[in-house]
Design a protein around this ligand. Structure first.
Ligand code: ZN
Length: 118
């Protein structure tokens, strides 16, 4: 027996409206359709994969970008061509750039997650 989504009264299997409150009784069918869409697979899996990739890219960029920037800055700072100030600026610029890009990627993954679960 399907239950009315509105008032909880049991309704007939074939009824379209609740006999108590007159609420529409199509919830069950809608739910089963959306479940089928989720199970149907390739699209859902691809979207999940896309979200995971964005998260991984975000963290790799944040961590990798910061490490690379600091190493590059250190190399410039100790090399004969650049000054220490140049090295520091390269490191700071690289770290800020990596953080901005990585956080944007993570934010995009979150947004994607929300859109997917609408
Ligand atoms: Zn009802």
């Amino acid at each position: 027996m399907p239950l009315c989504h509105n008032c909880g009264t049991e309704a007939d299997e074939t009824a379209k409206f609740c006999k108590e409150c007159g609420g529409l009784l199509k919830e069950k069918r809608v739910a089963s359709v959306s479940m089928k869409a989720g199970e149907a697979g390739p699209k859902y899996t691809a979207m999940q994969l896309g979200e995971s990739v964005m998260r991984i890219v975000g963290w790799v960029v944040i961590i990798g970008g910061c490490v690379v920037s600091v190493v590059m800055g250190a190399i410039v700072a100790i090399s004969n061509d650049g000054s220490e100030a140049d090295g520091v600026w390269i490191a700071i610029g690289g770290v800020i750039g990596s953080l901005v890009y990585g956080i944007l990627s993570l934010a995009a993954a979150d947004l994607y997650h929300k859109i997917r679960n609408l």
